[in-house]
Write a protein that binds this ligand. Structure first.
Ligand SMILES: Cc1cc2nc3c(=O)[nH]c(=O)nc-3n(C[C@H](O)[C@H](O)[C@H](O)COP(=O)(O)OP(=O)(O)OC[C@H]3O[C@@H](n4cnc5c(N)ncnc54)[C@H](O)[C@@H]3O)c2cc1C
Length: 473
């Protein structure tokens, strides 16, 4: 790449200013609601570029966004009039097959890590979509097909290298700044720009049983069907990661789909899928045994279609923990099914997604580990003029689910929530964990330079005195 020079910012990568060819495409993020336009995009190639860009931003008092995959349902990866540190050119993944670890550069995508590890018979814990930023998911929590067996994505982080707000390049690991490593596992973007994380990898099964099965129950069948499906999915083993997608088609008829991946032994997988298949006659069934990469690629096409994951639509996602019985879930969701929609003309869709099961927090990381499945409402539509309408519809649906005893009042996975406020951040981490993170934030970013994230406000000025000695700078 030809070194690019602006009057002030010189980096090895590329600097784009508003108006440059390719600027708008490079600035675009997955959620099309926001329409913000930064002044500069620094497409960094390494830690030196990151340092220079941070220094430049601070000297010129510019807002800083850090961009990996750009798939967060908030607008953190973009800002108005500031600078975006776009890390996507830093996408190397280096697998150590003996140590069963990978060093993942700050801008690599989930699909990059999965493909590289698969070559060595290994797999990372990561989310389902290959286009999600790996650091974007790992540093904020994250879960996917291997999470019930191996934990959340952040649980696999064993080290990180980052550039701090004052431009220092530092590392954390179990032996070096262990408190910072703890913070990286769920609140990472608060402490600096991560140029590389090191993660644990796991055995890649020879093949998996995966795909999507879809039913179209009648209105009379719907409450009972939803109740038994939820109970059946909750009773499956930790080798099965299920995602239930409930929606209505353009005629208003309900459909219920389950996208799943079973990572366990073939006979156990067959037995579990047979139980699910036996629930009712499916209208579509793509579940088949295949090598993992083929299976997830095919499954992502199915999920994209069922959940309307088109890039650039306006989005509003909410996420709460399931409460109450399966019968309550079936009855209340069926009674509110008319609030879901598919409108191919606008286009727009609102679907209800029930993801995963419980998540154990064996390492005590900051990321919220749920006691039960996540109940998400995923709305997508074209045209910012419809934002108020779709926001109101998702809020009304959540109010109906809460009044019916289906969801908790506390938000679920923070990495899948739009319109996050500071109250939601405190609530999500919980007061004790938040306070511990605030002390860490005060030690590494006391001026809150990195605040376009699930932001932790720095604790008072003496906070760094309370950090373990090896963590203080
Ligand atoms: C279609 C879709 C499917 C999804 N599927 C799943 C799923 O299966 N499982 C799941 O758990 N989540 C899923 N998510 C949620 C997603 O994982 C999170 O929103 C994640 O934060 C997105 O990361 P990103 O890098 O793509 O986004 P970005 O917006 O680029 O980054 C997200 C946040 O992390 C910060 N960040 C990113 N990289 C760095 C870095 N190197 N250093 C410092 N800060 C950094 C950014 O500044 C920002 O605050 C999905 C989201 C979408 C839109």
């Amino acid at each position: 790449m030809t070194p690019t020079t602006t009057p002030d910012l010189q980096i090895r990568g590329e600097v784009l200013s508003a108006g440059d060819p390719g600027f708008d495409e490079t600035a675009a993020i997955w959620d099309g609601r926001h329409g913000q336009r930064p002044a500069l995009i620094a497409r960094c190639l390494g830690a030196a570029d990151v340092r220079r860009a941070i220094r430049y931003a601070r000297q010129n008092n510019l807002e800083i966004s850090v961009r990996c995959g750009g798939h967060n349902p908030n607008d953190y990866a973009i800002n108005d009039g500031g600078i975006v540190l776009d890390l996507r050119l830093m996408n190397s993944v280096q697998v150590d097959p003996v140590a069963r670890r990978a060093r993942v550069a700050g801008g690599a995508l989930a699909g990059d890590v999965v493909r590289e590890a698969a070559e060595f018979g290994l797999v990372p814990v990561t989310g389902m979509l290959p286009a999600i930023g790996f650091c974007g998911i790992a540093l904020n929590g994250g879960e996917g097909f291997f999470s019930h067996r191996y934990g959340m994505v952040c649980d696999s982080i064993v080290g990180a290298t980052l550039v701090t707000a004052d431009g220092e390049l530092i590392r954390c690991s179990p032996d070096e700044r262990p408190e910072l490593l703890w913070g990286m596992r769920g609140a990472g973007p608060n402490f600096g720009v991560v140029t590389e994380i090191e993660i644990a990898l796991y055995d890649l099964p020879d093949s998996v049983l995966a795909g999507m099965i879809t039913w179209t129950p009648t209105p009379e069948q719907l409450p009972g069907f939803l109740a038994s499906l939820l109970s059946t999915l909750q009773a499956t083993s930790d080798d099965l990661y299920p995602v239930m997608i409930i929606g209505t088609d353009e005629t208003g008829a309900a459909y219920v789909a389950v996208a799943l991946c079973h990572i366990g032994a073939a006979d156990e997988a067959e037995a579990e899928i047979t139980t699910i298949r036996a629930m009712a006659t499916a209208t579509d069934d793509t579940i088949a045994r295949a090598p993992y990469l083929d299976a997830v690629n095919a499954l992502n096409v199915d999920i994209d279609e069922a959940a309307g994951f088109v890039d650039g639509l306006c989005r509003r996602w909410t996420d709460y923990e399931l409460t109450g019985s399966s019968e309550t879930f079936g009855a209340v969701v069926a009674a509110n099914i008319d609030r879901l929609l598919t409108d191919p003309e606008l286009p727009a869709s609102i679907s209800l997604v029930v993801e995963g099961k419980h998540l154990n927090n064996t390492l005590g990381t900051p990321a919220k580990h749920r006691d039960g499945p996540a109940v998400m409402i995923e709305a997508g539509w074209r045209g910012t003029e419809h934002t108020a309408r779709f926001t109101a519809v998702t809020d009304d649906m959540n109010a109906a689910l809460r009044a019916g005893g289906v969801i908790s009042s506390v938000s679920g996975n923070i990495h899948s929530i739009s319109d996050v406020t500071s109250d939601i951040v405190v609530e999500n981490y919980g007061p004790e964990t938040y306070q511990r993170l605030a002390e860490l934030k005060a030690a590494y970013d006391p001026e809150n330079i990195f605040h376009l994230n699930y932001n932790i406000e720095p604790a008072g000025p003496k906070a760094s005195n309370r950090l373990p000695e090896e963590d203080t700078k």
